[in-house]
Design a protein around this ligand. Sequence first.
Ligand code: SAM
Length: 211
Amino acid sequence: MRPTQVQKHELPHRSRIYSDLSGFYDHVFTHVFSRRIERVVQGLKIPPGARVLEVGIGTGLSLDAYPAHARVTGIDLSQEMLDRADSKRDPKRHAHIKLRQMDGLDMDFPADYFDFVTAFHVVTVVPQPAKLIEEMTRVCKPDGQVVIINHFSSPRPAIRKVVNLVDPITRKLGWSTKLSLDDCINGAPLSLENRYKTSPWSLFTVVEARK
Ligand SMILES: C[S@@+](CC[C@H](N)C(=O)[O-])C[C@H]1O[C@@H](n2cnc3c(N)ncnc32)[C@H](O)[C@@H]1O
């Protein structure tokens, strides 16, 4: 595998934000995101020995969610986010989890390698969401699962209109509210198996798709 070392000044805008805010991230998002991530990962019933890739693992809010019998790799473009994840890693409890700096848009893994490829709150943060899902699909084994938690634009026009009003603000914070799931999946060879919200008022959708 070729080494991937991205210099801080080269990071695209959207990841720079996370690098700059890595110290602040957990204070804001631990309570908002952790429980949902845990619920979704537990629902996958990951079998012993399964290879799991999490793209954009950030500060490691998911570290406790993955079963110890899985072999998990977490990647992120931001070294600062990964450093925070690493500082939370317990050598015994998280021995099954490796962290690497890597661009999810151009991953350094062979095709058809992982049984599960996950991305939580990442897809609309990257500049090319469809390319990210294409790349996640590439490294996923045939019959493996691609699992995403993300905000996607609502199919209901009234809700879409209201949410789109805040898009110029959220873009400054690094993500878009305007993308639909179809925009993102855009021809990737995946069959959608499950699409749900963990609560009726949640802004986030859970998507489970099979390659
Ligand atoms: C909103 S945070 C989500 C972090 C974590 N998944 C969570 O749920 O708390 C988005 C993460 O995506 C990472 N990211 C942005 N662009 C990326 C890319 N091209 N490849 C890998 N990670 C990326 C950011 O550095 C950041 O850690």
